[in-house]
Ligand binder design. Structure first.
Ligand SMILES: Cc1cc2nc3c(=O)[nH]c(=O)nc-3n(C[C@H](O)[C@H](O)[C@H](O)COP(=O)(O)OP(=O)(O)OC[C@H]3O[C@@H](n4cnc5c(N)ncnc54)[C@H](O)[C@@H]3O)c2cc1C
Length: 389
């Protein structure tokens, strides 16, 4: 009896790999192992509708129990993989059980980065899991103020959700502008103005040195010694790949698992999603990588989209939808083709005039398909201007 495919990590990338394997015609055993207590669920709503109350927890499910059994997948939830033995080709689970594999898929995602000053205490939050979202929502529903440390996507989305709940928000950034690190200074200015107009107090170029408080947080101390008094803090300063269980194997690297264009990390070892080295935490990329890995395992590599297709991710803030395509060169000027950045409705491109590399659409879903094609073939700015309406 073959051991089949064992997938470590039962969330977006792991589940999609398992489903795609069946779609590719793979009929061997599939075991999907995850350490969370629930069926796989979607994370993007955790910083948006789940906090504001627009999404219910039921709407997060990525699958039903019937779909799992219909695909003949042995799903083990609430089960942590402790270690891999690549020679014996086994995974050790918590509770001393050992699971053999023919192919191993690493899909253990990422966890929140913790700065040196981080201390867990009441009122201090991270946001990665449904459990994190529940406790953050509970805190926000009784809090007057929130300090968000970090001006990336999660920080800005939570700031927007908290404002919609009537919570006063202070956002502390290391950088000069929110989202500038990913979308450049021009877009960063517009995002700052959007949040400022909604009452967020944005403090740029700030170093946090300490969380103040004993059992519950009372404030955040800054590099100049001042303390911002607050009863709630969200620490949103990035994510790191969850690779601790790979320690002792040749695959272990804190930067994430290195893969080739087929998603292959070694002899019949594969990886997909946020655990992959260089992943930037994008939903669509995790889905595309899962498809590529499934095709590779099923022996159909080349039929799936290669991992290097133009990337896509989105963000929702104050009912504005940001959609980002391709590679964003934050040093190149952002060229608006349609609409206006300061009115939060536009299509713009990144790259040089001869060849665009990426695009940002704000509240322009009708142009998404068109821009995807233009970015995909590296069109010129002039071609883009002709096509965008
Ligand atoms: C709050 C939030 C908002 C987001 N919003 C957006 C968005 O708007 N747009 C966008 O494009 N992307 C967004 N993302 C990113 C997107 O959700 C991720 O790219 C996606 O979840 C990656 O899926 P994954 O399966 O690779 O990793 P994960 O979703 O992190 O899943 C990994 C799973 O493996 C489990 N695991 C880890 N270690 C072990 C172990 N040793 N044993 C067993 N199980 C283990 C984890 O508990 C987890 O269940 C958001 C992410 C978060 C957290």
């Amino acid at each position: 009896m073959p051991a089949g495919v064992v997938v470590a990590g039962a969330s977006l990338a792991g589940l999609r790999t398992a489903f795609d394997l069946r779609a590719e015609g793979y009929d061997g055993p599939i075991t999907l192992i995850g350490d969370e207590p629930a069926l796989p669920y979607d994370r993007p709503p955790l910083s948006k509708g789940v906090l504001s109350g627009e999404d219910t927890e039921d709407s997060l499910a990525l699958c039903t129990g019937d779909e799992i059994s219909g695909h003949d997948i042995d799903l083990r939830i609430d089960t942590r993989v402790r270690r891999v033995d690549l020679e014996r080709r086994t995974l050790d689970l918590a509770g001393r059980e050992s699971v053999p594999f023919d192919d191993l898929v690493i899909a253990t995602g990422a966890r929140c980065r913790r700065p040196a000053w981080y201390r867990p205490m009441r009122g201090v939050h991270e946001l990665r899991t449904l459990a994190d979202a529940r406790t953050l929502r509970e805190t926000l529903s009784g809090a007057r103020s929130l300090v968000v440390v970090g001006g990336g996507f999660i920080g800005t989305e939570v700031a927007a959700s908290a404002r919609s709940m009537g919570v006063e928000v202070t956002m502390l950034l290391r950088e000069p502008l929110p989202l500038a690190g990913v979308l450049g200074l021009e877009v960063g200015h517009a995002v700052r103005d959007l949040h400022a107009a909604q009452g967020v107090d944005i403090r740029p170029v700030i170093e946090v040195t300490e969380l103040v408080g004993r059992d519950a947080v009372e404030g955040v101390r800054l590099g100049d010694g001042t303390v911002i008094v607050t009863e709630a803090v969200l620490v949103a300063v990035g994510a790191v790949p969850q690779v601790d269980w790979l320690a002792g194997s040749e695959l272990h690297d804190p930067r994430g698992v290195a893969v080739d264009e087929r998603g292959c990390a070694g002899a019949r070892v594969w990886a997909a999603g946020d655990v992959v080295r260089g992943a930037q935490g994008h939903w669509a990329k995790a889905v595309a990588q899962a498809k590529t890995v499934a095709a590779g395992i099923a022996g159909k590599a080349g039929t799936a989209r290669p991992v290097s297709v133009p990337d896509y991710f989105w963000s929702d803030q104050y009912h504005h939808k940001f959609q980002v395509l391709g590679e964003i060169d934050t040093t190149a000027p952002f060229q608006v083709l349609h609409g206006a950045l300061d009115s939060m409705s536009c299509v713009g491109t990144f790259g040089n005039p001869d060849r665009i590399t990426g695009a940002l659409l704000i509240d322009q879903p009708k142009n998404l398909g068109r821009m995807r094609r233009l970015v995909g073939r590296g069109a010129s700015l002039a071609e883009c201007r002709e096509e965008v309406v």
